[in-house]
Design a protein around this ligand. Structure first.
Ligand code: PSU
Ligand code: MN
Length: 303
C-alpha cells in the first residue's frame, strides 16, 4: 500500500524539529465560502499563523493521499474547481481508493493531522447536532471524531443552524472537554456569546497546552475543543442573525436539503440573506482563531 501522507517540505521540517505546526481544513474553502473570498481567506490565514510563530498545514486529499501543507495552486484548485468532494469520515476510504480531489471536514482534517503528528487544528465552526435531530438524526461526524482523535480544535463555537444545547450534551457524552477561551459561555460563531454555560475556561494558551499534555499522559483518546469568541467589532448581534438563521433553516427544510448538503446550503443562504455581512464575519473569526491556534501550538511545544 502506498504512503498515505504527502507532507510538504516546510511542514516536515517543522515536525522533525518539534516546531509548532497548525493544521487547517479545506472544506471551509471548497464548501464553506464563495470564490474568490475563500482562496483569499485560505492564504491570509496561513500568513497569520506564520506571523504568530507557527507553520500552517492546510490539509486536503489528492491522488489518494492526505496532502499536508498545500501549495498556492492547490488552494486555488480547491477554491474554484468543481466538483470537489466534501470528505467526512464515511467518505474517506472511497475518496482515497478512487483518487478523487477531496476537501477535508473537521473530522477528516483531525484524522490527517493525527496521522502526521500535528496536535493543533484551527477552523471557523465545527459541525454538530442539527436542529430537528429528533426527525433527521443528523449529527455531524465531527463530534464523534472529537471523542476519539487526540487533536485540539480551535473554533468560534457553533452557530445556531445547529442545536447548541444538544451539541454540548453530545460532546459531554463523548468525553470531549469544551473550553471557553476567556469566556464562561459557549460562543455562537457570529456572536460572541450564547446562554449556554461551559464547564471549562482557559485564559491563556499555556493552560490549554497543559490540558493537552495531561490528556495525552492520561491516555485519553479524544480531542479538546477550544471555543474562541469572535472579536466584538466583527460580531453580528443575535437580534440580527437569529431571524436570518431561522429563515435559512426553514428554507432548507422546505427544499428537503439533507445530509452532507445541509451545512453548505445553510452557510451560503446566510451569506445571501445578510448581503455578504456573514461572510466577512466568518473570515474574521477564522483569523482570530488562527492567532490563538498558533499560540497554543507554541505553548505546547515549549512545555
Ligand atoms: N461550519 C462552518 N463552516 C464550514 C463547516 C462548518 O461554519 O465550512 C464545514 C466544516 O468542514 C465541518 C463541516 O467539518 O462543515 C460539517 O459538515 P457536516 O455537518 O456535514 O458534518
Ligand atoms: Mn450531517
Amino acid at each position: 500500500m502506498k504512503n498515505l501522507l504527502s507532507i510538504s517540505k516546510e511542514v516536515q521540517h517543522a515536525l522533525d524539529h518539534n516546531l509548532p505546526v497548525v493544521a487547517l481544513e479545506s472544506t471551509i474553502i471548497s464548501h464553506g465560502m464563495p470564490y474568490p473570498q475563500n482562496v483569499e481567506m485560505a492564504k491570509t490565514v496561513e500568513q497569520i499563523i506564520r506571523d504568530n510563530g507557527a507553520v500552517p498545514a492546510t490539509i486536503a486529499i489528492m491522488d489518494g493521499q492526505f496532502k499536508i501543507g498545500l501549495e498556492e495552486a492547490d488552494l486555488e484548485r480547491l477554491a474554484s474547481e468543481k466538483p470537489v468532494a466534501k470528505v467526512s469520515r464515511r467518505d474517506l476510504a472511497e475518496v482515497f481508493a478512487k483518487g478523487i480531489l477531496g476537501a477535508t471536514t473537521v473530522a477528516t482534517t483531525m484524522i490527517g493531522a493525527h496521522l502526521a503528528g500535528i496536535k493543533v487544528f484551527v477552523t471557523g465552526g465545527i459541525g454538530g447536532v442539527h436542529r430537528g435531530v429528533e426527525e433527521t438524526m443528523d449529527i455531524s461526524a465531527d463530534l464523534d471524531e472529537l471523542g476519539q482523535t487526540p487533536v485540539t480544535v480551535v473554533c468560534a463555537g457553533a452557530k445556531a443552524i445547529l442545536d447548541l444545547p444538544r451539541t454540548l450534551e453530545y460532546l459531554e457524552t463523548k468525553g470531549v472537554p469544551v473550553v471557553g477561551y476567556q469566556t464562561d459561555y459557549l460562543p455562537a460563531f457570529y456572536t460572541r456569546t450564547s446562554e449556554y454555560k461551559l464547564n471549562s475556561r482557559a485564559d491563556k494558551p499555556e493552560e490549554i497546552a497543559a490540558m493537552m499534555d495531561y490528556s495525552e499522559a492520561l491516555g485519553l483518546k479524544g480531542g479538546i475543543l477550544v471555543t474562541n469568541p469572535i472579536p466584538a467589532e466583527h460580531e453580528i448581534p443575535h437580534e440580527k442573525i437569529d431571524a436570518i438563521i431561522d429563515a435559512a433553516v426553514k428554507e432548507a427544510d422546505e427544499k428537503g436539503i439533507r445530509g452532507k448538503d445541509s451545512t453548505p446550503f445553510l452557510l451560503a443562504k446566510i451569506v445571501e440573506l445578510t448581503d455578504g455581512a456573514s461572510l466577512n464575519t466568518n473570515i474574521q473569526l477564522v483569523y482570530n482563531n488562527a492567532k490563538l491556534g498558533a499560540k497554543i501550538a507554541k505553548a505546547y511545544q515549549e512545555r
